[in-house]
Design a protein around this ligand. Structure first.
Ligand code: FUL
Length: 481
């Protein structure tokens, strides 16, 4: 015991951070990379972003609702899941909850016999997508909100309905927004009770934002940090910390704001006084149009391909997953404007990543800990490379058997054993000497670096700084078609 304490004390904070690894559920989630949000509810019909819980259920009447159309478009776009706003802040439930009258059961939709959660979760399964639940803790309709225990039980009952009746759920997404209810009171959420219910009923699901598994990137504008560390000090997952930085008012401008709150969460400097760390990877949530809910007036303000690509490079290409909101319209369909933008986006991604050029080549590394962690592992799906502990500037050389024309490199660390690489550089040579192609900070689950399209005979990756050990799971090289 005493010995353990001594070792703990002598370890530097970055050495402790280097030991933190993801849970199996976080590792599974990380593979998704990109998935959809669908904001849908009374706001779709009232034109609001934040309903106050007074809209009549009578207004909810999507006449052509077709969740299979959502799933089909989202699947074709290469996204891997849908998270549905089963209940937004207004409290209206898209499923016939037993615990409130404020739901689809009192709407004209299918004469009160509809269940949108069921339709969307079924469509997801049919199209091979995962299904996730957004359930707003803030409820502006329920009279028990703000009373403490009673509302927490109401919320737990709703969570239980959703976690029991709709098959596997990959994610529960809890918003940081928290305001007053009807009675002017704010609720004290019993997060631990909520989490316990989820862990019991859906043990594989990640709990995002106001939850312990996935961290909010900190804004709704689609801007990730230059260095999105997945290992951060433990306080970052504190729900009060998250809520403090969340949207506090019904302000349409919020989605454009890039909050310059805490830009550096994980560098050696940022963590130097910390001793406790968690694996808490970033998620970038952003809407394809200005609002989270569909408003006809925004049909011509759908994000351009250029903007969507910028968001993709920053998020997926910068160790943050991308949660892209595509809100169904009043008919209950994804609008043609959003579908057009989504298709352009996915067609473009296919062109950017048509085939991996890193195949026929000789690979060498300045060191490897043993033969099991051979550099050749970065070419395939099995295993990973790890340098020797004493190798302070690990270098990997790629010698192409015949020259390639390339414009980007994709690197992945072996995150199952943590995140340790702090910076690296990539060089290319076409016979006239090595030239620098890119300089970058962290890698994590994925880092995409783009450079000017050029012919290359060989490439070199230099890891310029790392914590304790450096690993690579894979390296891929691409050229836009
Ligand atoms: C915010 C909410 O207030 C917005 O309405 C939206 O649901 C967004 C994803 O999260 O905190």
């Amino acid at each position: 015991m005493i010995l353990l304490q001594q070792t703990m004390q002598t370890k530097k904070s970055y050495e402790l951070a280097a030991e933190v690894i993801p849970s199996p559920r976080q590792l599974e989630w990380q593979k998704l990379e990109m998935y959809a949000f669908c904001h849908f509810g009374t706001n779709t019909f009232t034109g609001r972003e934040w309903g106050d819980g007074t809209a009549s259920p009578e207004i909810f009447n999507p006449k052509k609702l077709d969740a299979r159309q959502w799933a089909k478009e989202i699947k074709n776009a290469g996204l891997k899941a849908i998270i549905l706003t089963c209940k937004h802040h207004d409290g209206f439930c898209l499923w016939p909850s037993e615990y409130t009258d404020y739901s689809v059961k009192n709407s004209p939709y299918k004469n009160g016999k509809g269940d949108v959660v069921k339709e969307v979760s079924d469509a997801c399964r049919e199209y091979g997508l995962k299904f996730g639940v957004y359930l707003s803790p803030w409820d502006r309709n329920n009279k028990s909100y703000g009373t403490g225990e009673e509302y927490n039980t109401y919320f737990v009952n709703q969570l239980t309905e959703l976690a029991t009746n709709y098959g596997d759920i990959f994610c529960f997404w809890f918003d940081g927004a928290c305001g007053e209810g009807k009675n002017g009171k704010k609720q004290v959420y019993d997060w631990n009770r909520y989490f316990a219910v989820i862990r019991e009923l859906q043990p594989n699901a990640v709990i995002n934002i106001c939850g312990p598994d996935v961290r909010w990137c900190g804004n709704e504008a689609g801007k990730s940090r230059e260095s999105e560390w997945s290992v951060v000090p433990i306080y970052v997952s504190n729900q009060d910390f998250v809520a403090e930085h969340s949207q506090q008012e019904d302000n349409p401008e919020f989605s454009k704001r890039v909050e310059a709150t805490v830009q550096d969460l994980g560098s050696r400097e940022a963590i130097k006084d910390c001793t406790e760390f968690i694996w808490y990877p970033s998620e970038t949530d952003v809407s394809i149009r200005p609002g989270w809910f569909y408003h006809k007036s925004q049909d011509f303000r759908v994000k351009s391909l250029k903007k969507l690509m910028q968001i993709y490079w920053d998020s997926v290409g910068g160790n943050s997953s991308l949660l892209l909101n595509i809100p169904p319209d009043k008919n209950g369909l994804l609008s043609k404007y959003d579908v057009r933008a989504l298709r352009k986006f996915s067609d473009n991604l296919r062109k950017e990543f048509s085939h991996n050029l890193l195949k026929d080549c000789d690979l060498s590394a300045s060191s490897q800990i043993d033969d099991e962690h051979n550099i050749k592992n970065i070419l395939g799906d099995d295993g990973y490379w790890q340098c020797k502990a004493g190798d302070l500037n690990p270098e990997i050389t790629i010698e192409f058997n015949s020259p390639v024309i390339a414009d980007k490199i994709v690197l992945k660390e072996n995150i199952a054993t943590g995140q340790q690489i702090e910076s690296f550089e990539v060089y290319g040579d076409n016979g006239d000497g090595y030239k620098k192609l890119c300089v970058s900070t962290i890698i994590g689950a994925k880092r995409i670096c783009r450079f000017k399209k050029q012919k290359l005979k060989r490439m070199k990756i230099m890891i310029t700084s790392y914590r304790v050990k450096a690993t690579l799971n894979s390296v891929e090289i691409y050229c836009r078609e």
